[in-house]
Design a protein around this ligand. Structure first.
Ligand SMILES: [Zn+2]
Length: 138
């Protein structure tokens, strides 16, 4: 029994060592001001600067998402800096009425969906922010 426990402990240790950095989920309110780094304000009123890949950055700089309740998956790069996982992993969702929603952008002319704000790839019209149920997209 003792040998067995030892092996378990060893296995747990090696697993831990193999998977840095630790993946975490961050909850809070998104604060977007133009010209400033986007931050998430946690329930404890801690402000944590957010970063991510290119499409994630674009979303985080969209003033339309300011004030949203967010859930971000990723890891801390510093005590007050959080790197969000790549966007295709759906690491960033909005909580609307407690339900997770994906941030998407919709062109109602071409019926094209995008995952970053900006002009439609087809007609160049500015796309509309469109929060989608995660279940609808999967
Ligand atoms: Zn279009």
């Amino acid at each position: 029994m003792r040998v067995c426990l030892c092996l378990l402990a060893l296995a747990a240790f090696s697993l831990h060592a193999a998977t840095p950095p630790k993946n975490e989920i961050l909850h809070g309110k998104l604060v977007v001001h133009s010209g400033e780094a986007p931050v998430i304000e946690t329930a404890e009123h801690k402000r944590i600067v957010l970063d991510g890949d290119q499409p994630t950055r674009k979303v985080l700089h969209d003033p339309r998402v300011n004030g949203f309740e967010l859930e971000a998956h990723g890891h801390f790069t510093a005590p007050d800096k959080f790197q969000i996982d790549p966007q295709h992993t759906r690491a960033l969702v909005v909580l609307e009425g407690g339900k997770p929603k994906m941030i998407t952008y919709w062109c109602d002319v071409c019926y094209i969906r995008a995952y970053a704000p900006g002009p439609c790839v087809c007609c160049q019209k500015d796309t509309d922010l469109d929060l989608r149920d995660l279940d609808d997209i999967r």
